[in-house]
Design a binder for this molecule. Structure first.
Ligand SMILES: Cc1cc2nc3c(=O)[nH]c(=O)nc-3n(C[C@H](O)[C@H](O)[C@H](O)COP(=O)(O)OP(=O)(O)OC[C@H]3O[C@@H](n4cnc5c(N)ncnc54)[C@H](O)[C@@H]3O)c2cc1C
Length: 415
């Protein structure tokens, strides 16, 4: 059994978890990765004394799968203060912990964001969601989040000032068309856990999984051209025969017959600037309400000092939609930053931009998990990846585990 040739395509989180689970079952898998690094959408670069994540993203400490596979203590997780600093056209204000302790927020602070009724509804929602299992949440009827918020009775004020900028930054789409299932799941995770980053960047997460692998071989710079039956064709012309294959990347990449079957993914542009010092002065996310290029900002070194080792502050800015050329976008973003902070645009020194065209999969029927049988597409080919469930770290891990379990099951004598 251990001699079996099991190939995994993709060394993102789902591929790495699949490999780990296969190793635990006694196999020695081979991962084929198109780039020269592990991590897929979760990487961190080191540039001029800064740590730059590929796109602003956070780990929620309540994610059940993350708790299974990651040692939070060794990652030295740095948590964000719950809540947000909100910038509207006139003012900025802090809303502390709206998804955990809404009733504790003093009246004045909340009244800028929403009504008293909103506060009560926030509280009711947290209580309701804590009672539902994650599976129950994903079995609920699905409606767009914008409709859900209105039907739940939230005021336009809190939708515009808080929900829109907060969830735009998570769903990476402007209109909150993402399913209410994802809204409920994310809301529940934020009411139970903390948003966090590893001390030295999000890339530490896949690195921690890789360190747990001892029998896996990873072939880098090995893009797969196509998969046909049990045969893998690499772009360099090499042909590999497999006993089992786990495709841990959206499968239209390697199965041409599936092209056009997937909706365009959600995209984001993440720009990094350095400044003399932070103007948020707290490990908190900054949300810009209204229609601006800038959706959310964070001084990463306010959250983890290690993100800057050169004495300057590191500002991460997320832009959801823009057709501007990079140098025009940088100028436009600097101008918006001047408006919200009062600091001159020139003081925001541009470091680097990441334009991520495939950030989150655009999934119609969001799920929390799937049975093993659903990730098996032929007797020898299995699927993994967040696109099977929902765009999250938790889903990527779940899908990797499920695909590995399906492969292991296929070798059981009773099967
Ligand atoms: C900007 C951004 C923000 C995010 N924010 C959050 C967040 O706050 N919280 C959260 O939970 N999740 C967030 N996510 C989602 C999370 O990062 C993903 O769900 C997870 O990383 C997906 O892992 P994966 O293994 O499914 O796919 P990927 O990471 O995409 O892995 C696929 C791998 O396959 C490789 N590959 C592709 N084609 C081929 C080929 N032909 N041959 C060989 N290899 C190939 C790729 O190089 C890659 O390494 C965010 C993602 C982004 C990009």
């Amino acid at each position: 059994m251990v001699e079996e040739k099991i190939y995994i395509i993709g060394a993102g989180l789902s591929g790495l978890i699949a490999s780990l689970e296969l190793e635990r079952a006694g196999f020695s898998p081979i991962i084929l990765e198109s780039t020269d690094k592990i991590g897929g959408r979760m990487k961190t670069d080191s540039v001029d004394g800064f740590l730059l994540d590929h796109g602003f993203q956070v780990l929620n400490t309540a994610y059940p799968e993350a708790k299974k596979y990651l040692d939070f203590q060794s990652l030295r997780l740095k948590t964000f203060d719950p809540g947000a600093v909100i910038f509207d056209d006139k003012d900025s204000y802090i809303i502390t912990d709206p998804m955990r302790n809404p009733l504790k927020i003093v009246g004045m602070a909340f009244s800028k964001v929403g009504t008293f009724l909103d506060k009560v509804k926030m509280f009711t929602l947290t209580q309701e969601l804590k009672k539902k299992t994650n599976e129950e949440i994903f079995n609920e009827p699905s409606i767009p989040t914008n409709q859900y918020l209105k039907e739940y009775g939230f005021s336009d004020q809190i939708i515009d000032n808080f929900f829109k900028p907060f969830f735009r930054g998570i769903f990476l789409e402007k209109n909150l068309n993402t399913s209410s299932r994802m809204f409920e799941f994310v809301f529940k995770m934020f009411s139970l856990g903390h948003a966090a980053v590893p001390e030295k960047g999000m890339g530490e997460i896949p690195a921690m999984i890789q360190r747990q692998l001892s029998k896996t071989q990873i072939y880098f710079n090995s893009p797969v051209e196509k998969v046909e039956s049990k045969t893998i064709y690499l772009q360099n012309g090499e042909i590999l025969q497999a006993d089992r294959i786990i495709i841990a990347v959206q499968p239209d990449q390697v199965m041409k017959q599936l092209q056009g079957q997937f909706a365009p993914a959600h995209r984001v542009i993440n720009l990094y600037f350095s400044t003399q010092k932070s103007f948020l002065l707290r490990p908190m996310i900054g949300l810009v309400s209204g229609n601006h290029l800038v959706n959310n900002i964070v001084f990463m070194d306010d959250v983890s000092k290690a993100y800057s080792s050169n004495g300057r502050a590191l500002l991460s800015v997320s832009v959801l939609e823009s057709n501007l050329a990079e140098k025009d976008l940088i100028k436009a973003v600097q101008a918006e930053l001047e408006k919200i902070s009062g600091i001159k645009a020139d003081y925001f020194k541009f470091i680097k931009a990441y334009s991520i065209s495939y950030a989150l999969p655009n999934v119609d029927d969001l799920k929390y998990s799937i049975p093993m049988t659903e990730c098996k597409i032929t007797d020898h080919v299995y699927l993994a990846g967040d696109y099977l469930l929902n765009g999250s770290i938790n889903a990527a891990m779940t899908s990797g585990r499920t695909a590995a379990e399906a492969v292991v099951y296929s070798y059981m004598p009773t099967h």
